[in-house]
Design a protein around this ligand. Structure first.
Ligand SMILES: [Zn+2]
Length: 135
């Protein structure tokens, strides 16, 4: 099994765009660094009239950044309220970067598709988890 590795998103544009196209009509934008998107690891923006929704990611995501996302997910998890999310986080941790990337893309799609603001992080993770589990 491949473990987490440095992600170069420019190499995975097709992969990301195919996932996006399954759910929403949004444009993928890869920015130079996290500082361009408020130091986040991903950002979704609803379009104004006449403009498509947008999903932004940095061009590269390090292993450390992937781990911090997974750890944040584990911290937010409360098994009483969100059964399965910790297992999902564990699976991402034990798995490879492509599954992590799929989760990340689905997380941003969740914001757009469900019109959930940036505070609904756990809901977006759960939605992403359901999509991966349900296929
Ligand atoms: Zn989010």
């Amino acid at each position: 099994m491949e473990n987490l590795s440095h992600l170069y998103l420019t190499r995975h544009k097709d992969f990301i765009e195919k996932i996006i196209a399954r759910y929403v009509n949004a444009e993928l934008i890869l920015v130079e660094s996290r500082s361009d998107i408020g130091n986040r690891i991903g950002l979704s923006k609803w379009g104004s009239p006449g403009r498509r929704d947008r999903i932004l990611f940095p061009k590269t995501i390090s292993i450390t950044e992937q781990l911090s996302v997974i750890l944040a997910m584990m911290k937010r998890e409360s098994s009483m309220v969100h059964p399965g999310l910790a297992d999902h986080a564990n699976r991402l941790f034990a798995s490879n970067s492509m599954l992590f990337l799929e989760h990340l893309v689905l997380h941003e799609i969740a914001h757009i598709k469900n019109k959930w603001g940036q505070k609904k992080e756990t809901a977006c993770d759960l939605w992403a988890f359901e999509q991966i589990r349900g296929r």
